[in-house]
Design a protein around this ligand. Structure first.
Ligand SMILES: CC(=O)SCCNC(=O)CCNC(=O)[C@H](O)C(C)(C)COP(=O)(O)OP(=O)(O)OC[C@H]1O[C@@H](n2cnc3c(N)ncnc32)[C@H](O)[C@@H]1OP(=O)(O)O
Length: 167
């Protein structure tokens, strides 16, 4: 952690956990009556953005979406539950994990739909230009938090290597 990042008060994982509930309407669905993958990605991005901004205490932009697989469909008339948490805070970026579940509200049945790791970069305006800004350190509160934070370093190294190859 840099000296300046150390001067920002650290934040707990639980401080920025963000949940969203969406109801699947016909406008969200394909010809099979299942919600579009792109619509789920948009909700993931929104949920993760709120979580990242709660942690960073400032505006944050999406830098990268890791691979997303859709494990089970969610149909018109069913509910989409999203839960975002910070898994790691680096210098100016944070990694967010978003879990997505489907719910049949009348029966209460729930199932896993998708999950995604999304990287956000905190931004601040310097002389009229948006620049990456330091983020607070993350305080892990549970064993699960600690495991996710540890694995985040490997995921970050892979992303940065991909980014370097693409340039
Ligand atoms: C909520 C929304 O939907 S926002 C809209 C969609 N998003 C956008 O428009 C963002 C467009 N992209 C950008 O503005 C820039 O590429 C930025 C801000 C993401 C990165 O800017 P850069 O000039 O590359 O900044 P820089 O090289 O200093 O990197 C800043 C941080 O971003 C991280 N980063 C940049 N690109 C990536 C990437 N592809 N994957 C993971 N992390 C990345 C860097 O590792 C660094 O993090 P660190 O300080 O924690 O180590």
């Amino acid at each position: 952690m840099s000296t300046l990042a150390a001067s920002l008060p650290p934040r707990n994982v639980s401080d920025s956990i963000t949940t969203m509930t969406e109801y699947v309407l016909p406008t969200h669905a394909n010809a099979l009556g299942n919600v579009f993958g792109g619509q789920i990605l948009a909700w993931i991005d929104l949920c993760a953005a709120i979580c990242a901004q709660r942690h960073a205490g400032r505006l944050a932009v999406t830098a990268e979406f890791d691979d997303v697989s859709f494990e089970a469909p969610i149909k018109v008339g069913q509910v989409v539950l999203l839960r975002a948490r910070v898994t790691a805070a680096f210098r100016t970026s944070v990694e967010i994990l978003v879990d997505v579940e489907g719910e049949d509200a009348p029966s209460g049945k729930r199932w896993r739909c998708a999950h995604a790791f999304v990287t956000f970069v905190a931004m601040q305006e310097v002389d009229g230009t948006l620049k990456p800004a330091l983020v607070p350190a993350l305080v892990c509160e549970t064993e699960e938090d600690r495991a996710l934070a540890l694995e985040a370093n490997d995921r970050r190294n892979e992303r940065l290597a991909r980014r370097k190859r693409a340039r």
